[in-house]
Design a binder for this molecule. Sequence first.
Ligand SMILES: [Zn+2]
Length: 236
Amino acid sequence: MTHPLEPIVALQKKDRKLIRIMREIRDIPQRQSDIEAQLDGARKKLEMANDSRKHTEAMLKDIELEIDACREKVNRYKNQQMEAKTNDQYRAFVKEIGMVEAEIKELEDKEIRLMENLEQGKAIVEECEARLNTEKEGIADELAELSDRSEALNERMEGLKDDRRRAAELCDRVLLQKYTRILNNKRDFAVVMVESGGHCGGCHMKLPPQVIHDARNPTKIVSCNFCGRIVYNPAP
Ligand SMILES: [Zn+2]
């Protein structure tokens, strides 16, 4: 008579493989984001370079508006100057226009400096983009490998699930329930062999002689008194 634990032990071998594969699949997203995190530094630098460029652009826009406003003011004064009734009034406009034109000159100098800054800023953005792209290329192989691995593991998992289903059909129902309950609880093994010297293969505690003896008997299913795993002592 074959021992009723034999198909359970065969099932356990498949479950062990399945658990290992499922764990590896579960860990892949974390490994991917660990690899992606290598880009964080380069991404941050690019973001800062872009912010700085936008800030310069906004300042430049403000200066342009200020210059336009000053030019309008000069035009207005010039029109009023032509309608001046007295020499004093005329001279007053000459003075006003001179002041605004000096202001325009100052703003234009500032504008030139900002334009130079903007050119530099754009070059820095390009540099940062190039660096980020180089780093992306550097991790592309690693990510592709991981994605291939994930695909292969998923395929293997589906195959194993079919195998497992067929193996489970060969098991005694009640024993299968007991096995599943223990495996869910212990997460490594539900059925363990009696080790040499009469120790439990799960928790390694010394088993009572009766348990060791009954673990050979196909009509009896016995558990370790310490860890609760089913103990099996196949005939040599
Ligand atoms: Zn035990």
